[in-house]
Design a protein around this ligand. Sequence first.
Ligand SMILES: Cc1ncc(COP(=O)(O)O)c(C=O)c1O
Length: 363
Amino acid sequence: MTGPQPRTSIQGIAPYIAGKASAPGVKHPIKLSANENVLGASPAAIAAYREAAAELHLYPDPNATALREALAAKHDLDPARIILGTGSDELFSMACIAYLEPGDTVVQPAHGFAAWAIAARAVGGIVKNASERGHTADVSAILDEVDARTRIVFIANPANPTGTWLPFSEIERLHAALPEHVLLVLDEAYIEFARDQLDTRAGLALAARAANVLTTRTFSKLHGLAALRIGWGYANAQIIEPLNRFRLPFNTPRPAQAGALAALGDEAFIEQSLALAESARGALSDMLRRYGLTPLLTATNFVTARAPTTLHAGELEARLAAEGVLVRHLKNYGMPDFLRFTIGTDAQMAALDRALGLATSRR
Ligand SMILES: Cc1ncc(COP(=O)(O)O)c(C=O)c1O
């Protein structure tokens, strides 16, 4: 063999597959495939981003001080224990770099978010999938998979790609049963959308009091800043300190920090985004049922549903794309019969309704 060879752990990684952004022959598809904010970005964030364009020659604040302080003030946290990442994705990676030795194991629910396993495998971690119950994480099954070499447990509440959630008492039960040397990463990318189902402060409060919990959040969903790649985590100072040793100094760009800071204060946009998801969840689930799909319960800005028995999920995804609507077939999540639909605006939902009608009536 010639030339540089990547570590064997890297060779075994299947790259992340993003939601489709285009369809052949469709000029302006409706993108309901990546759980972005269908209302766009917070207008305040866009204005701040534009203003930051005048300072593109300057490095960002390596400590994102203003943003960490604003997050701390908003959520009643200690700013010193907040860490920013290039999306919350980077925080999963940082956690794995810091806390996994090659051969250590990571446990996640069977339909865990794909970026976790990539991060773990990249540093030689072994990923153990715990079975779920009705497409919902199962704490007992997760605990059964924890072994002597487990160093990290990942869980999202609510979860992607299923949209389902656990009562916080189950997260507490999981935490209480884990040895203290196991880091519990609680991924709250969608937590804001679950305010009717969950106490949205509980995950941060657990990270505040526990020695081994990293709770992560993102600006990509509620605030509509997916393009800026900015997320954050909260944990005990002893968890955060090693991460800051190797975190690249300028990991969050200056315009991203500025946009995120403005988004945090844009209560009108936040409320509008939450109201859309909350009011349209039921209607989208009903629509999917009308076309023979079986939706899972959701506490997020998307609905995941089993395809009709008469039509393969991959074929339905392709037919919807041909009608100009992009959704996500979940085959790479081990759910080959399922599709995931981001909740859209009224106009987008009407277009989906029409596309589903055409796609499911064709033979
Ligand atoms: C469960 C979950 N966690 C994390 C992320 C990543 O968010 P970010 O854009 O902050 O990297 C996503 C994005 O889809 C997600 O679904």
